[in-house]
Design a protein around this ligand. Structure first.
Ligand code: XIL
Length: 293
């Protein structure tokens, strides 16, 4: 039926994929990405980040981000803005662009693994209040978008997830506009945390929505049948956890094909993290996602 069809039948808002500008000229790739039965939401993997939108101070370049936004509009897909703040804040991105964005990752990766604040330029100069400052600027620029704080390794319970809970509580106490927690979901085959659902529930209990924003489940290469079957189960586990919590509104995979995954370039010897292989054929993981909803 297609992943978005299945997700929507389960009551979710969307199933989506990240994409990036160099991929837009790959016609077979775009045909699947644009199939709204599979994906009714897309996220630009890189082209709305600050280094892309303001390559040098005062020089703005929105053409690449706009190309992804245009594709979403043309396809009738939701768009997730990613990210105003990769340890930084760039509200001008929101103010100057069109408003047809469903959600924004306003602040990305605020925490270290132990739950302490990551020392970014904004943390160092403004202090932890930078998160509220960024959210307020984003809300003023786009009153309709859902505003998220997004991080990795907050899939299961633990120190980093607790820090996120405490951040949301403190933002709410200050009246800062926080609508959602984004769980990136960069996971490893066979090592999916057992507490994912409990963790999503603890975020949802704060009254915010939750999304899995960048899901991929990598393995040490080469991919074997056994690993691909384990990956299928792992995808099912993650999807089922989101599915079980009504406030978990959707899932986005961090691109849909191994052809364009970021994993091999960053994690040495690892890859095959996505539900379509590099030849755009569906892997067992695809059926795992379907089974999870
Ligand atoms: C990654 C992109 O996929 C790569 O192409 C780029 O080189 C580095 O960034 N968490 C995030 C994303 O929030 O922005 C990152 O995307 C992956 C980890």
């Amino acid at each position: 039926a297609g992943l978005a069809v299945v997700a929507k039948s389960a009551g979710k808002l969307y199933f989506g994929s990240a994409t990036d500008n160099p991929e837009l000229s790959d016609a077979p790739y775009i045909a699947i990405l644009s199939d709204t039965k599979e994906f009714n939401q897309i996220t630009p993997g890189n082209s709305m980040k600050w280094d892309a939108t303001e390559p040098s101070r005062g020089t703005f370049r929105f053409t690449n981000g706009d190309a992804i936004a245009d594709l979403a509009k043309k396809n009738g897909q939701l768009l997730r803005g990613h990210t105003c703040s990769r340890h930084i804040v760039a509200p001008s991105l929101i103010t100057t662009r069109d408003r047809s964005v469903d959600s924004w990752d306003v602040v990305n990766e605020p925490f270290n693994e132990d739950g302490t604040w990551r020392t970014s330029v904004f943390y160092n100069t403004i202090g932890p209040e930078y998160v509220a400052v960024a959210l307020r600027a984003a809300r003023a620029a786009d009153p309709n978008a859902k505003l998220y704080v997004n991080d990795y390794n907050i899939d299961g319970t633990g120190a980093k997830s607790t820090a996120m809970v405490n951040l949301v509580k403190s933002l709410q106490a200050q009246g800062a506009p926080i609508d959602g927690v984004g769980i990136q979901g960069h996971l490893i085959v066979g090592q999916v945390p057992t507490t994912i659902q409990a963790n999503i529930e603890q975020f949802a209990a704060l009254g915010v929505e939750v999304a899995i924003t960048e899901l991929d489940i990598r393995m040490t290469l080469p991919a074997t049948d056994a690993l691909l079957q384990q990956q299928k189960r792992d995808y099912q586990t993650v999807i089922a956890a989101c599915n079980a919590v009504p406030k978990c509104v959707g899932v986005t995979i961090w691109d849909y094909t191994d052809k364009y995954s970021w994993v091999p370039s960053v994690f040495d010897g690892q890859g095959a993290a996505l539900p379509w292989d590099a030849n755009l054929n569906k892997k067992p993981a695809y059926d795992g996602i379907v089974a999870g909803f």
